[in-house]
Each structure stands twice: as C-alpha cells, then as structure tokens.
Design a protein around this ligand. Structure first.
Ligand SMILES: [Zn+2]
Length: 207
C-alpha cells in the first residue's frame, strides 16, 4: 500500500489490516494523522448538513498534494492517484448526501386569513424527528410573542418542537416519531409564562 492509498482510505474511513500495517511502518503517514483527522471531522460535519464546499475540496487536494510536493507536469502517475483518492472521498460524501434526502416532505397549509405558504421536510431518526420548515410570507411575531411548532398524536397528546419568530428556513427537532404524532401545526403564542397552547393556529397539516 502506498502513502496515497493509505491516506485516501483513511479519509474515507475505509481502513483495514493493510492500512493498520502501513501506518505502523510509515513515519510520514503517522506525522500527517492529525491533519487527516481534522479533514475527516470537517468531512463528517459537511456531509451531514450540506454539499461539500469549494474550500473543503481545496483542503483535500492541498493535503494530498503535500504527500508528494507540487504536481510536476511529468508526474502523471501521481496526478492520477490524487484524482483517484479524491474520488474515493467524494464518492463517500455523495453516499452520505444521498442518504440525507428527507423521509417525507409535505405542505403545511395556512389558516384562513394567514397569508403564508409553508412546507416541512422530515427525517426519521432513532432519537426522534428532525424537521426543516420552509415558511414564506408569515408576519413576524410581535415583541412579546413567538410561533411554536407542535406535533400531536391521534390520542391528543402534544409535543412542542421549538419556537421561532418569523418566516424563513427553520430547523426543528421533536423527540417523537411522526408515525405516532402525525399532525404538525404552528401556533402564535403570547410570551406570558404559560407553556400550554394558548394562541391561534397559523399553519396546520390537519389531523
Ligand atoms: Zn505512508
């Protein structure tokens, strides 16, 4: 196994006995582990939430370049290796990005008199439901008000999934599954110390 192979596999978290043996016997790769770990963390964080940035791609290329110095025009073999190594990383990131597609994506109709359009995408996770609300045209909440997201079960139990103050892209999480709590709705709540549902409904998938 070459140093390039090792580092590409390491970045892709695709190590094995060969990788372990290479690392044990290679001072150069051991000296670069800290930098590779930093890139790996960045890859993990990026793959969770967004497409890889140009900076990240540059960081990977720059890091791989340092294994052999600048790419000379005659060093075609190295260039091919770098491209192959980058493809391993990008393919890994692509698989993670694909798996980020929401499990469901539904409209969130506005109540009569509320001039807003909204939808919510959701990801079912072992810890609950991650949601991303996309809300346009909703009046910003007043000074002593906030909007609150609720999930409601068929038997009437409610779980709050967070509060917000105006339109835009809202990240939310609820510690229940949507299968058990199918209704998603938003109320405008007075900030009066009462944690119950008190205000008017502005958005609602209906039960
Ligand atoms: Zn090495």
């Amino acid at each position: 196994m070459t140093c390039d192979d090792f580092q590409a596999h390491y970045l892709a978290r695709d190590g094995g006995a060969d990788s372990d043996a290479h690392l044990a016997g290679c001072n150069w790769c051991r000296s670069r582990i800290e930098e590779l770990d930093a890139i790996r963390l960045q890859l993990d964080a990026t793959a969770m939430w967004e497409a890889p940035s140009d900076e990240l791609e540059e960081a990977i290329v720059a890091s791989l370049r340092r294994t052999r110095g600048p790419i000379a025009p005659t060093n075609r073999a190295w260039t091919a290796t770098a491209v192959a190594a980058l493809l391993v990383v990008v393919a890994g990131a692509f698989v993670l990005i694909q798996s980020r597609q929401p499990d469901w994506d539904i409209a969130l109709p506005a109540s009569p008199g509320i001039g807003a359009t909204a939808s919510v995408a959701g990801w079912n996770t072992p810890a609950g439901t991650r949601m991303e609300f996309s809300i346009n045209g909703l009046e910003p909440a007043g000074e002593n008000e906030y909007y609150e997201i609720w999930l409601t079960a068929d038997d009437g139990r409610h779980v709050s999934a967070g509060t917000f103050t105006g339109p835009g892209r809202i990240e939310s999480f609820a510690g229940v599954s949507r299968r058990d709590f199918p209704r998603i709705w938003v109320t405008l709540e007075p900030n009066d110390g009462d944690e119950g549902i008190g205000g008017p409904t502005v958005l609602d998938t209906g039960s």
